[in-house]
Each structure stands twice: as C-alpha cells, then as structure tokens.
Design a protein. Structure first.
Lengths: 178, 462
C-alpha cells in the first residue's frame, strides 16, 4: 500500500523539473528613470523695475538649492538637462545670468541669456543646458543658485509702463541606478 | 540542487493564500482541526511528533512566476522585469504563508459514549501579503517624464507581514448524532509585524502655464512596525534568545477564536463550515511607525527680486509633507479565513462481518464534495472554489484529490495522502501538481506534510 505514497512523493520531488534559472541576473538590474520637475519661475511687471520713480537696471536674488548635492541623489545621476524659457513683453532688452554657486557664493557655472526688447510681437527665448559626465560635478557641488537681471539701456520705464518679463524653467533628471 | 534552492526561494520569497483545500475536512489528519475546530475526527488521543507534525507552505503569485523573471534564456533581466511589471495590475499579489507546528496533541474526554475532544498545540506562522506596487514600480523604472497627465496612486503600496507564534486550545463536542460543534481559543505572540495597508494619495505632473509643469503630491502614508526596532539600529543583544522569548509569549500579544461545525442532514450528506482567526494583536512593544502626510504643489524656486523673500524648496517640501516617526500603539486584525464544504458519500466501506468503525465517516469508501474558501485581505477578499474526491483506498490509506479555481490558477489539481501504519500517521498534501512538470513556471504551489502518533478511537465498550 505504501506504493502509492512512494510514487506520490517521488513524483513530487524527483520527477518534477525546472527550467534553467539564473538568479544572479539580479546583479544586472539597472534602473534608468527620467524625472521632470520645475526648477524656477518668475514674473516681473515692467513697473516693478521702477522703485520710487527710479529705474532699477540691476536686480538679483540668491536662493538655497541643496538638491543635487545630496549624496544618495547624486551618486545615481547620469545627466541633468536644465531648460529655461523667457517671455518678454517689455520694450527693453535684458541680459540675464543664472549662476550655480557653492556654499560661499562662489560662482561655479554661469548660464547667460540675452532677451531682446519687445517691439510688438512677443519675444520668447529658450535654452537647454545639458550637464553630464564631468560637467555633472558642477551641479553636484551646487548649494545655491542666483539670478541676476541687467536691464539694457532704452526708453525709460515708469510706474505706468506695461509688460512683463516672465521666466519658467525645468529640470529633466536622468537617473542611473545599478 | 537547483530544484531544492528554487523551492526554498519560492517558499521564502513568494507564497500565497492560506487556502488549505487538501487539509480541510481531511479528518484522518489531526491537523485538519486547525482548519475547522468542529471537524468530525475520530481518535482516542493523538500527539504530533514535535516539529514534524505539521509543516505547510503555500507558494505563488497571482501574475508572474519565477521563470518570468529568472529564466536563463538570454533575455536581459531588465527587459524581463519590465515585462513582469507592465503585465501586472495593482491588484496582483504576492502572498506567503508558512506554518510549522512545534507541538500538538489531543484526547477524547470521558468514556466511549462521550463525543467530546480537547486538542491543543503551538505553531509558528509567517504570513506575508503584498500587492503589486505598480505605480511605484513605474516611477522607479521610467520616472514621470513620459507620464505627463498620469495620476500615480500612492495607495499602490499595500503590504503586511508578520511572524508570530500561536498557542491554542480547542474543544469540540458531538451535540447529537448529526451535529458537531467546535471552538478553539488562541493566544498570539507576534515576533515582528510590518503593516502598511492604508496608504492613499496621488502624484501627478501636467504641463503648466506660469510654470513648465503643474506638479502636485498629496500623500497619506503610514508604515507601522513592531518587534523590529532593536534590529534597525546598533543591536548588542542576542537575536536568537530574543526571538525565543517572543515566541514564548514575550512578544506583542493578541487573542483569537476559531469556530466550526460539521452537520449531517442525512447520513451520507455532510455540511461543514468554519471561521478561523477571528482575532487581533495589540502592538505595544518595540513600535516604530513612519507617517508621511501632506499636500505640496511644487512650483520650483520663486526668486523675489524686490524683497528677497525667495523660497527654499527643500524646507518647503519638508514642511508640507513631513515624515514623522511615531511610537504609538496599534492593533492589527488577523486575516480571517472562512471555509465551508458540502460532501456526498457513497460506496459501502464497512467490512462484511462487523460494523466496528461505527463513525459516520468510515462507513463510506467514497465521497465527493465542494469547498469554498475566503480570506480577508486589505482589499477584496481572496476566494477559492474547490471540487474534491475522497477515497479510502485501504483501511490505512486515505486519499483526497482536489480541483481548485482561484485568482492564482484556474487548473489547480491537488492530491493528499494520509497513511496510518500502526499508530504512526503520516500525511503529505500537495497542490498545483500540473505545475511540477516545470516548477519554475508555477505561479503557486502548496505543500503540507507531517507525522503524528494516533491512538484510534474505540467506539465500543471494552
């Protein structure tokens, strides 16, 4: 009577078979997600360039930007694209610089833009800056970023001037984890 | 060797529900009382061989097999992983259950006319259920760049896992010729628990107007753990003795109840039903939970050229969606299992000269029946329907064959054998037999075996 039992156990443990498997394949795991996110945006009215009746031809701001320097983050980075788009409806031209800075406000990298004056049709300027390989290290060292806007000479602005200088920007982040 | 390692990996990696369709109502195996405290068992007393009386493991996943991921077929692992992820849905699950009986025993109360039994024991159980965190997997594989407009569901993270020991004491009584009622009380001692089953929230990215993107994250996540804090940081104790202590009622404690019945509307017609693990565990010791809750509309840096009041995006994010570590007590409910069966018996199994067995069960050589199993999960309950055939092949050998349909398989054929040689009872039950022809492609496998010593019931007056 134990024949049944033996056949049963044998069939389960020995007659069964398995396809060729390779669990070491886990080591080949490579994750390459691509994330997109806002980077920065501003919208300055023409009248904001005038303070107390005096035109401000140079404005700027520095902000903390301690994102790419995070070790867990940076070790899995393979490329970062920074995209900027300017939309100018003010009748003045601008030189704009985007600075990557370290903790001591030392400039690590500058991305310059020239935004022409609006002469009737909207002015849209865009630029994509790609950081990869050794250039990526600049981004990883970055702790702060700054914008400096220089308004170029032209018809003086007043409190009643119309138009905006708009900027929006984003980052496309290519990860590589393996 | 490969087969053995695969089997171990299957057991340790991805098992499935606790449907014990072969063991349920297979009354020649004393452990069947753990699936129905009101089983119509027949013995004078039994004792399980310590650590060998009951081992069960259920293996499987509802959407993919080990072969799909690890086949040595020249296809890049990442391609296989993508295929698996994109062929699954958020309701696909990987579930594991393993039970090891440490000791067990039972005895009949009173004289031969009495129909009351006590049974008791202790077993260790590992129970894991995780749903496919599909949207998280998509984010990890692809990121959000190619998914503008998609709302990622943070509720896709839904998992629970527990290692516990269970002490139980059961009583069952033949109320009358047709009805047997049973009850089992349980004390749970949880060795560790991880629960994250009530997450919600979303994350989306769409094209914006003032910003390049409109990006919103709304999160309400909670991961609760107990029994693990000692091992998360610098641990100087002795893990083995710790676990032993927790096994012996030193863990987070809970109470549970099993209820069951067997009813014979007619002599050859049997109905059974049971509710297993109506119970809870109160987690009061070694608790560490993580809560991640808030709403954040991310616009990026907003330089302020007039006043210099620009934002700090990291601070903003941490304020909007703080990650809190909590040490508050919590209660978990055990997964509740429901079993039911209806059985029709036929074929005279009595020896021709005397009706010694007397019990209703052994009068018939054959039985056919149907079983229904349901188990609570964090989402919709697991269900399984089984048709079965039981046969007494010899007086000492009984067989049960099952055909089960559930979310893991629609052609799950199982076979169980229980043999009693002298006073030693040995049983082995295995399901999804069709899958054994290539075990690596199996999505689910269930396996139970054990050894008992049974002193058969004497239903006659000596």
């Amino acid at each position: 009577m134990n024949k049944f039992l033996k056949i049963f156990i044998l069939s389960i443990l020995f007659i069964s078979c398995s396809s060729d498997l390779d669990f070491n394949q886990v080591n080949d795991l490579k994750l390459e997600p691509v994330a997109v996110a806002n980077l920065a945006a501003f919208d300055i009215k023409a009248s904001q360039f005038v303070i107390g009746g005096v035109e401000q031809s140079l404005v700027g701001d520095v902000m903390n930007f301690d994102v790419f320097s995070d070790v867990d983050f940076s070790k899995n980075l393979s490329r970062v694209d920074l995209f900027f788009e300017f939309n100018n409806t003010i009748s003045r031209a601008y030189n704009i610089s985007f600075y990557l800075l370290d903790d001591n406000n030392t400039k690590l990298y500058t991305i310059p833009f020239f935004v022409p004056a609006n002469t009737g049709s909207p002015v849209v300027i865009s630029k994509t800056e790609i950081f990869e390989n050794t250039k990526l290290d600049i981004l990883i060292k970055t702790k702060k970023v700054g914008f400096v806007i220089t308004m170029l000479p032209g018809t003086p602005l007043t409190d009643a001037s119309v138009g905006n200088l708009k900027m929006r920007s984003s980052a496309t982040i290519y990860f590589l984890a393996q | 060797m490969r087969k053995i390692s695969l089997f171990i990996i299957l057991i340790s990696m991805s098992c499935f529900s606790q449907n014990k369709q072969l063991l349920y109502n297979f009354t020649s195996v004393p452990q069947s009382m753990l699936t129905n405290p009101g089983s119509d068992v027949n013995y004078n007393w039994f004792v399980g061989i310590p650590l060998l009386s009951g081992f069960s493991a259920n293996v499987g996943s509802s959407s993919f097999s080990v072969y799909d991921l690890f086949a040595n077929n020249g296809v890049d692992f990442n391609t296989k992983l993508r295929n698996v992820v994109f062929s699954t849905s958020r309701n696909d699950k990987v579930v594991m259950n393993e039970q090891l009986e440490v000791f067990s025993g039972g005895f009949k109360l009173g004289d031969w006319q009495e129909g009351s039994y006590f049974s008791f024991g202790m077993y260790q159980e590992l129970d894991v259920l995780t749903y496919m965190p599909k949207d998280y997997a998509i984010l990890a594989l692809d990121g959000n760049k190619d998914y503008l407009g998609k709302v990622f569901d943070m509720g896709d993270l839904n998992a629970r896992g527990e290692l516990l020991s269970v002490f139980h004491l059961g009583y069952h009584k033949k109320v009358n010729e047709n009805l047997i009622l049973g009850v089992r009380g349980k004390i749970y001692s949880s060795i560790f628990n991880v629960t994250s089953t009530k997450n919600s929230g979303y994350f989306y990215t769409i094209l914006g107007t003032n910003n390049v993107y409109d990006q919103v994250i709304s999160a309400n996540g909670l991961v609760q753990t107990s029994g693990l804090t000692n091992y998360l940081e610098n641990y100087s104790g002795n893990a083995q003795s710790d676990i032993m202590k927790k096994t012996l009622l030193g863990g987070n404690l809970g109470l549970g109840l099993d209820l069951g019945l067997t009813y014979y509307p007619k002599e050859n017609l049997q109905f059974t039903a049971s509710l297993i693990d109506i119970g809870f565990i109160k987690h009061t010791k070694e608790i560490e939970s993580y809560r991640y809750k808030g709403y954040y509309n991310y616009v990026g840096l907003t330089p302020d050229f007039v006043l210099g009041n620009s934002n700090d995006i990291l601070d903003e994010f941490n304020d909007a969606i703080p990650l809190d570590t909590l040490h508050t007590k919590y209660t978990t409910w055990r997964p509740l299992k429901f079993n039911s069966s209806i059985q029709y018996s036929f074929g005279d199994g009595r020896s021709s000269d005397c009706n010694c067995s007397g019990g209703t069960e052994n009068k018939y050589k054959n039985a056919v029946g149907a079983q229904l199993f349901a188990m609570t999960t964090p989402r919709t309950p697991l269900m399984a329907l089984t048709a079965y055939y039981r046969r007494q092949i010899f007086e000492s050998l009984e067989m049960k064959a099952t055909y089960t349909v559930d979310s893991f398989s629609s052609k799950n054929i199982g076979l169980g054998l229980s043999t009693t040689i002298g006073k030693v009872n040995f049983y082995i039950l295995a399901d999804n037999l069709l899958e054994y022809k290539d075990i690596s492609k199996a999505r689910s496998l269930g396996f139970q075996m054990g050894l008992n010593i049974i002193f058969p019931d004497k239903n006659t007056f000596d």
